[in-house]
Write a protein that binds this ligand. Structure first.
Ligand code: F6R
Length: 244
């Protein structure tokens, strides 16, 4: 894995946004995999800025988000879909029909998961998957477990993950859905390039285990060690536990 350490989360976001704008310039029909959460917010801000200054055109790009809470409609302000609209989609020119999202209120969960897998396949696979990292080592909503699911699936959120998401739910952990739909480990690992972002001291311990520890389902992010083109982009605080 290639590790890159930046002086600040903003410097990281600027560099990655420029990198994405160059790649979308080279391949306008780029397929992007996107996370929600605190970590990518500066990146989305930078992408909006580049778009406004005419340096990135998303009109031909396709996006697939990693996950969605079960039971929330796309119009629910607490949904991940609404988060993406606020932070990125409403502010750039991604074509609404090229925005792919898991439906949090499907009639049939199994079919919805299959539909998503097929849509990714039909788009030609994901060119660049951006990931955040849960404090417990999850990627997407693939939570630490004895065994991990390969494909898009229904997942039960750990108490720590529900606590971390309470900010979207009036700070009430009890209101955070217990279940979500998420891309699986193989869905993520089949992406051609993966960039995992981690910023802030609270991620330092997990980042150290992900990079220097064994590959284990107890820390799903560690599976990135098996990918031929995975990059870990950190700010100094998140890199502070690394030995080298
Ligand atoms: C969200 C997602 C999660 C987050 C992770 C880190 O779509 O897939 O894996 O990336 O929980 O969240 P933050 O960035 O809020 O620390």
């Amino acid at each position: 894995m290639r590790i890159r350490v930046f002086g600040s989360a903003d410097a990281l976001a600027r560099t990655l946004a420029l990198d994405i704008s160059r790649r979308v310039g080279d391949k306008p029909r780029m397929v992007l995999g996107l996370p929600t959460g605190r970590t990518p917010i500066p990146l989305y801000r930078e992408l909006v800025r580049l778009h406004r200054s005419g340096r990135i055109d998303f009109s031909q790009a396709t996006t697939f988000n990693l996950d969605e809470f079960l039971g929330l409609t796309p119009g629910d302000p607490r949904s991940y879909r609404a988060f993406m609209q606020r932070h990125l989609f409403d502010r750039v020119n991604v074509s609404p029909r090229r925005i792919q999202f898991l439906n949090g209120t499907p009639v049939d969960v199994g079919r919805e998961c299959q539909r998503y897998e097929r849509a990714i396949e039909r788009a030609g696979g994901i060119d660049l998957q951006i990931l955040g990292l849960g404090m417990n080592g999850h990627i997407g909503f693939n939570e630490p477990a004895r065994a991990l699911m390969a494909r898009t699936h229904l997942t039960h959120l750990k108490p720590a993950t529900r606590r971390a998401n309470a900010r979207f739910f009036d700070n009430r952990t009890g209101s955070v859905p217990r279940e979500a739909l998420s891309m699986g480990m193989a869905t993520i690992l089949h992406s051609r390039r993966i960039v995992l972002l981690a910023t802030g001291a609270t991620k330092a311990r997990c980042v150290q285990r992900l990079i220097e520890g064994p590959v284990t389902p107890r820390l799903p992010g560690s599976f990135l060690q098996l990918h031929r083109s995975a990059e870990i982009w950190l700010d100094r605080a998140a890199a502070s536990n690394l030995k080298r």
